[in-house]
Design a protein around this ligand. Structure first.
Ligand code: MN
Length: 293
């Protein structure tokens, strides 16, 4: 069997590790035996993402001897199990800034919600909000407006401190689709966006070598078959290299850290029973259900 360099890695079912090939998954969980055992206190990185470059051959050889499962038969989890932090770029598409500024239901008179990313910087989402596509978004406060936001998610591969934009992509392990589900309202973003299940990552990690240039990717999301958001990452105010430069000038970025690059215009409310379908070019697509608590 021929394995190209392309690598799409997923976590599925009961924390299995999978290599995705078209419509099938090869179970390569045995590779995780090669991860070093760590002593308490544990480092704040994701050990699998940190070790990924040295595990590639083992992943390919494990895939060769594993039987194929159909992608449609497994439950997809977040492709990163233990991110040390999830960073969000709040307003990073000009047309989204325009729609927020024009709509009191989106900005709630909060000046910090009406500024581009240069002024507002990043917010952090609680790691406990993270799920994979099969786990659904569970609406915790049905009385509050809750919106979908589709974003290109960047997974950091190497420790990065004060990295210049020109070198920033060397620190990326890969990419996935991120949904930054958000309650609208006057509270801090870190509260409104950190509800359990409000950070959806999936459907898998596309390694950075497969996707050398993240700056021209179409992204879109539909809700119940109706297109809501459609844009291209070329419209980002700060591109991926600049985001990494900006973030790493404040935080030390560690393997497995996730950077949500911002959402384009077209955000709207979701409610239990809705079905979201998100697509990012060269990354993949995923269906995520919205459920009542
Ligand atoms: Mn967002």
């Amino acid at each position: 069997m021929y394995y190209p360099l392309l690598m799409r890695l997923c976590q599925f079912d009961e924390n299995r590790l999978g290599l995705v090939e078209n419509e099938t998954i090869r179970d390569v969980t045995s590779v995780l035996d090669k991860l070093p055992s760590r002593r308490y206190p544990f480092p704040q990185d994701d050990v699998f993402i940190a070790m990924l470059p040295s595990l590639r051959d083992a992943i390919v050889s494990a895939a060769r001897s594993s039987s194929a499962k159909r992608l449609s038969d497994v439950r997809l989890l977040s492709p990163v199990a233990n991110p040390g932090k999830v960073m969000g770029a709040p307003v990073n598409y000009q047309k989204h800034l325009n729609e927020v500024t024009a709509d009191p239901n989106l900005h709630h008179q909060n000046k910090a919600h009406m500024q581009a990313i240069h002024q507002s910087g990043f917010f952090l989402k609680a790691n406990s909000s993270m799920v994979g596509p099969s786990q659904s978004v569970v609406i915790r406060h049905p009385d509050r407006r809750t919106d979908e936001e589709v974003e290109l998610a960047v997974v950091i591969g190497r420790r990065a401190q004060a990295v210049p934009a020109a070198e920033a992509l060397e620190y990326v392990a890969g990419y996935c689709i991120g949904l930054d589900i958000s309650i609208r309202g006057p509270e801090e973003r870190s509260l409104r966006k950190s509800v359990d299940t409000y950070t959806v990552l999936g459907p898998w990690l596309v390694t950075a070598d497969e996707l050398a240039d993240p700056s021209h990717l179409d992204l879109q999301i539909s809700v119940n078959g109706e297109l809501r958001q459609k844009a291209n990452t070329r419209d980002l105010i700060l591109g991926i290299p600049e985001l990494i430069e900006f973030a790493s000038s404040f935080y030390t970025l560690l393997p497995g850290d996730v950077l949500l690059s911002g959402t384009p215009e077209g955000v709207g409310p979701i409610q239990p029973g809705d079905v979201m379908h998100a697509i990012i070019e060269h990354v993949g697509e995923m269906t995520v259900h919205v459920r009542a608590a």
